[in-house]
Design a protein around this ligand. Structure first.
Ligand SMILES: NC(=O)c1ccc[n+]([C@@H]2O[C@H](COP(=O)([O-])OP(=O)(O)OC[C@H]3O[C@@H](n4cnc5c(N)ncnc54)[C@H](O)[C@@H]3O)[C@@H](O)[C@H]2O)c1
Length: 259
């Protein structure tokens, strides 16, 4: 129970990697604030944590709204008197090239994937500085390479890496470590798995498969724990080896392959 007495906020925790991270950190003893816009699924995650003997509560938080982020941090401080861990995981995006994407879409998805991390840091760091803390921001293998028709996601995930470094510099003197985790394809949406995608993954992932949300939760758990006490400003790639042959993976995608 390495995280006993710690309080953790996880955005986008109603589903996928965020959900798996909420369950994992709670298993390690943390009290978990599940922040999301999917209220029913968020309540399910809380019930699952409590059913296993852990502590959690849900707070409706749309990370594209400044006031929601501020309320997420302030209500956590009011309720628990502390904040030790923040995982900036929520995301939504839209496919499209620079030519196709509207300005409104660009602003909206950049707000969810980048500005939200800036704002969460702005309010969380002053609370965390009492005792020190750890922040993890979600990058991607897309932080390091651009794919067709994905302008806002590729830009946002690259920005997450340098924002993480900036936050690490800001937080370091206050005892706050800030790192990024950069996953490859993770099976957050089983309904989207097709035989063609799995065949492709077998071919281009050195480990021969996509990852599970729990495998990203393990990496996040490591980075927020004391085991990572001298690691900050780092982008940890957790991708089954995909990125060591990413260029090939693009070349190897079948013609008209829709990712
Ligand atoms: N799954 C992958 O293959 C993969 C790969 C690389 C990186 N990632 C990153 O991991 C993170 C989680 O991805 P996932 O696959 O678990 O996604 P997911 O779709 O399973 O979950 C995303 C969660 O974010 C929530 N969300 C969406 N908009 C929100 C908003 N405005 N405010 C608050 N919450 C909001 C959703 O409701 C959902 O619960 C993302 O940052 C994503 O970019 C995922």
């Amino acid at each position: 129970m390495a995280l006993t007495d710690k309080v953790a906020i996880i955005t986008g925790a109603a589903h996928g990697i965020g959900r798996a991270t909420a369950l994992r950190l709670a298993q390690e003893g943390a009290t978990v604030v599940v922040a999301d816009i999917q209220d029913e699924l968020g309540a399910d995650v809380v019930a699952e944590i409590e059913g296993a003997g852990g502590q959690a509560h849900y707070i409706h938080t749309d990370v594209s709204i400044h006031a929601d982020i501020r309320a997420m941090i302030e209500s956590t401080e009011e309720r628990y008197g502390r904040l030790d861990i923040l995982v900036n995981n929520a995301y939504a995006t839209k496919r499209g090239s620079v030519v196709d994407l509207s300005e409104e879409d660009w602003d909206h998805y950049m707000a969810i994937m980048v500005k939200a991390i800036f704002l969460a840091g702005k309010y969380a760091i002053p609370v965390m500085k009492e005792r020190g803390g750890a922040i993890v921001n979600m990058g991607s293998v897309h932080s390091f390479a651009a794919w067709p028709n994905n302008a806002v996601y590729e830009t946002a995930k690259a920005a997450v890496i340098n924002l993480t470094r900036q936050m690490a510099i800001d937080g370091g003197p206050l005892g706050i470590r800030v790192n990024a985790v950069c996953p490859g394809w993770i099976l957050s949406h089983p309904e989207r798995i097709t035989e063609e995608r799995l065949r492709w993954a077998r071919h281009i992932y050195p480990l021969g498969r996509p990852g599970q949300p729990e495998e990203i939760a393990k990496a996040i758990n490591f980075l927020v724990s004391d085991e990572a006490s001298f690691i900050t400003g780092h982008a940890l790639v957790v991708d089954g080896g995909l990125s060591i042959q990413l260029q090939d993976s693009v070349n190897l995608a079948p013609p008209n392959f829709e990712w």
